[in-house]
Ligand binder design. Structure first.
Ligand code: AMP
Ligand code: MG
Length: 348
């Protein structure tokens, strides 16, 4: 039941990310399917090459699912986690690459982004946990947060050591990496017009209409089932990712708990509804959107200064008074949609 609900939420999130184009787009075709537990899509003005793009993308997503899925016992991630507490575990080069980027975000954000969040996810009932979700007691939270102590994991080159009980989870970065892998393959196969979407992680080349300068994509209204607050132009080569508290959550009592954790306390982040990032690659956009969701606008904008060509937009979880907090570069790109019932502030 929980899974079906999650999928519905993701379907809505993804289609809105693409539908928020405002202007009429009669010549764009789209193929959509389910992959890596979310909605995958490719979109292009060159419809003849779309089925091939879909097939190439699906092959890559299948490979990456077998590396990074937290839902099966047979993925490389599950095998690495099962060896926590034992001697060093050898990693595939692709796994080592994603892991080293994940730990780089972890160090840069002082643990706000934490790829060892797996044990915390489990105690809150995510990632296929079997028991009905309930709020974990203080000792359980403390134990789960201790298992996210990233100073106790050591990644070096193509092997890793995890302390006993630790669980890696690349849910915050794997989809962005996957979008980059598809983008690189399609570019090297001669595609000049394509938008790749994996659950709201987008990367594109070309433009959705002549002289538009890129693809216009939507910022979903986190407080409405269907709705776009604003659109912005995604320039050729750029990526964008959104982290939202509405995408995946558990409901315990009447309270909704988001799937994004503050690993320092072992508890779901509260107070933030959505964060959208524009970045030069999908991996950076995905890693940063989760990091900035945890950090919030003040600490987040400070961190962002060390990521060139990245922009961010925060939407605090205040449905009664919708506010968009954007970096100056993001604010400049925003085109409000419909009757604007919110304010935009620039975060310095
Ligand atoms: P995203 O939608 O990209 O923000 O990723 C959210 C997913 O990342 C969650 O479903 C977890 O699998 C994982 N995750 C949750 N909290 C964190 C965190 N603080 N740092 C890194 N990964 C996290
Ligand atoms: Mg992310």
């Amino acid at each position: 039941m929980k899974n079906r609900f999650t999928l519905t939420a993701l379907l809505i999130a993804s289609s809105l990310a693409l539908a928020g184009c405002g202007a009429k787009q009669p010549d764009i075709d789209r193929i959509q399917w389910i992959s890596m537990g979310t909605v995958a899509a490719v979109q292009s003005t060159d419809s003849a090459r779309l089925p091939e793009a879909r097939d190439r993308a699906q092959k890559i997503y299948g490979r990456l699912e077998s590396r990074f899925s937290a839902w099966t016992d047979s993925s490389e991630l599950a095998r690495v986690n099962a060896r926590a507490g034992e001697a060093r575990t050898p990693l595939s080069p692709e796994f080592a690459f994603v892991a080293s980027n994940a730990f780089a975000f972890c160090r840069a954000s002082d643990g706000a982004f934490n790829p060892l969040v797996g044990s915390i996810m489990k105690v809150w009932g995510f990632n296929g946990a079997k028991a009905t979700p309930k709020v974990p007691d203080g000792d359980t939270l403390k134990a789960a947060a201790a298992l996210a102590d990233w100073t106790q994991a050591s990644l070096s080159g193509d092997s890793i050591h995890l302390a006993k009980g630790m669980k890696l989870d690349f849910g915050a970065i794997a989809k962005g990496y996957a979008v980059d892998a598809v983008y690189d393959e399609l570019i090297s196969s001669g595609y000049t017009n394509i938008l790749i979407d994996l659950g709201g992680n987008l990367r594109a080349t070309g433009e959705s209409a002549p002289r538009r300068g890129g693809w216009r994509v939507g910022v979903r209204d986190p407080f409405k089932k269907y709705g776009v607050l604003a659109t912005f132009l995604l320039r050729p080569g750029e990526a964008t990712a959104t982290s939202g508290n509405y995408e995946r959550f558990v409901t315990i009592g009447n309270v909704r708990y988001s799937h994004i954790m503050d690993a320092r306390t072992g508890t779901p982040v509260r107070g933030m509804a959505g964060v959208t990032v524009i970045a030069p690659t999908g991996l950076t956009a995905d890693g940063l959107s989760t990091t900035l969701f945890v950090l919030g606008p003040k600490a987040g904008a400070k961190l962002l200064a060390s990521y060139p060509k990245c922009e961010a937009l925060w939407i605090p979880d205040t449905p009664g008074k919708v506010t968009l907090l954007a970096t100056a570069g993001f604010a400049k790109r925003l085109t409000p949609m419909g009757k604007v019932g919110y304010t935009i502030s620039v975060v310095e």
